[in-house]
Design a protein around this ligand. Sequence first.
Ligand code: ADP
Ligand code: PAZ
Ligand code: K
Length: 249
Amino acid sequence: MILELDCGNSFIKWRVLDADVRRVVGEGVVDSDLALLESLKALKGLALKFCRLVSVRTPEETHALIALLTQAFGISVACAAPAREMSDVRNGYEEFERLGLDRWLAMLGGYHLASGACLVLDFGTAVTADFIAADGEHLGGFICPGIPLMRNQLRTHTRRIRYGDLAAERALESLVPGRTTVEAVERGCSLMLRGFVLTQLEMARSYWGDDFTLFLTGGDADLVSGIVPEARVVPDLVFVGLAMACPLS
Ligand SMILES: Nc1ncnc2c1ncn2[C@@H]1O[C@H](COP(=O)(O)OP(=O)(O)O)[C@@H](O)[C@H]1O
Ligand SMILES: CC(C)(COP(=O)(O)O)[C@@H](O)C(=O)NCCC(=O)O
Ligand SMILES: [K+]
């Protein structure tokens, strides 16, 4: 069995594949290394042989996790590394090693699945956009705060914006102008996100007309998928790229 990990700024996404790498035998989202170990140990019949991971955390945090996994399961761990070019995609950053590895892998996965130009939007702690042309050239991208960051900035930098998670969830049942603080903030942030998506789409159309694939991924992709029915929502896009960057042999 193979363990795959996507270590983002807020959560670790994990999944276990069976030996022939075809079937997902377990998966989840956890908020700490220890919670990951607990989830894995709770899996019946777990027999890990190998782990591949991508991390946008500090080298110290990533190494601590690798040490924990090696100790707990005695497996070797492969870590996705930056590259100037891979699987026909050319990293467009001036310093290629500075491009977030989760973005890079999602780009590899997207270009592979689209076999052509694509726009990859990832809705995590941060929201990112990356443009990959039909010939595999990465044109660059954008980074802005995601929903958790927008919400928390308002909560921590104002004195009168306070509300709980349940109220936040309820507020998003509609997007008409809010009549309570929670509605006003949650709907406002949600509309900012939608505006971002539509602007990116406009830019992609100006480059490629209708000849491109739009991918949505990341934990909050569902918040915007409704406004772009043509989009392919691929929650495991980073894992698609991870398998390409860290093949088994
Ligand atoms: N099962 C889940 N567990 C945690 N967060 C989730 C889950 N499903 C959706 N989310 C949302 O996903 C967002 C985090 O997305 P994610 O892609 O995991 O971020 P990151 O990669 O930066 O850690 C949060 O805003 C949260 O609301
Ligand atoms: C942009 C990101 C913070 C996104 O992280 P995430 O929201 O997935 O946790 C991450 O890809 C990152 O740290 N990138 C390095 C900076 C860059 O890509 O330019
Ligand atoms: K991510």
